[in-house]
Design a protein around this ligand. Structure first.
Ligand code: FE2
Length: 303
């Protein structure tokens, strides 16, 4: 009889969970965030939106369908701020919001994990460190964070993609996303869908920004290299996506090359989630051609 294995640190994965993540390219972790952590993130998001003055911000829309609309300086600089992006269907023809501000925002990001005390505490918790370390990351470093509202009725779709398209490292991709449901997610309110085993394929497409010498993070124009297959246009592939119906507090771990999407939310129920992406600075470096660039004096800090 062997000795019982040493108990794992809270957040650390078992060897079986690591194997499942390596096989599928995603992993569902129930009860990852405590009810207190979920409540604090929900109420902090509420306060941030309350303080957000729509009159002082550009009406930047987040869309995965029309990239030109996201290619503005506000978007390119948002890795340095807590910026707000509206749902595509938030505005009436006259440009006024069709519903209250708190029901109009698609997401806020992308430096919550460094700038906001509530989100920083969760993103940099001992639990998060144990989780990323148990995946073998030598120097896990959060680079991007988002609070996603998936608003009732107008919550926009996120088309099928690989996260390493947007968050690339060299000489190899090392991105891992930790997506946490803050409300219950179902197929009716736009839960995540993931394609098992798709991370075995390389990154199909890269989003790059050509910047001029000396230009700040907000400068440059976005271009793409490569093409995604039409995963959802192919019925045989479409039916192999797994719906990830999750209770509030559940985390979904996403390999950077995993293919995933979420459908629009046409239901009357919102679907809030917080997502933070890590790279491994122990074995790879942030690619300066990524859309997200930090300004001088605001480097990425490992956990
Ligand atoms: Fe994603």
């Amino acid at each position: 009889m062997g000795a019982d294995p040493a108990p794992l640190d809270p957040g650390a994965l078992t060897p079986e969970q690591v194997r499942k993540f390596q096989t599928d390219g995603f992993l569902v972790l129930e009860h990852f965030a405590s009810p207190e952590e979920v409540a604090s993130m929900l109420s902090r998001a509420d306060a941030l939106v309350e303080d957000f003055d729509t009159a002082k911000h550009p009406r930047s829309v987040f869309s995965t369908k029309d990239q030109k609309r996201t290619s503005d300086a506000y978007f390119l600089d948002s890795g340095n701020h807590v910026s707000f992006f509206f749902e595509e269907d938030a505005f009436a023809e006259d440009g006024a919001l069709k519903q209250p501000k708190r029901l109009s925002i698609n997401k806020m990001g992308h430096a919550l994990h460094d700038l906001d005390p509530t989100f920083a505490a969760f993103s940099r918790s001992a639990k998060m460190k144990a989780l990323t370390r148990s995946l073998g990351m030598a120097r896990p470093t959060p680079v991007q964070s988002m609070y996603i509202f998936k608003q009732p009725s107008i919550g926009g779709e996120v088309s099928a993609h690989q996260d390493s398209t947007f968050l690339h490292t060299s000489p190899k991709p090392t991105c891992v996303g930790v997506w946490v449901a803050l409300e219950d997610c179902t197929t009716t309110n736009g839960c995540l869908w993931a394609l098992p085993g798709s991370h075995g394929e390389p990154v199909k497409k890269r989003m790059l920004v050509d910047r001029q010498e000396g230009g700040g993070p907000e400068t440059g124009s976005i271009r793409f290299e490569g093409e995604y297959p039409d995963w959802l246009g192919d019925d045989a592939v479409k039916k192999t996506f797994t719906p990830l119906e999750t209770k509030a507090g559940t985390a979904v771990l996403l390999h950077g090359e995993n293919v995933h999407y979420s459908a629009p939310n046409r239901s009357p129920v919102s679907r809030h989630a917080y997502s933070v992406h890590f790279i491994d600075q122990g074995v790879a470096a942030w690619d300066d051609a990524n859309w997200l660039r930090r300004k001088e004096g605001f480097p990425f800090e490992p956990l």
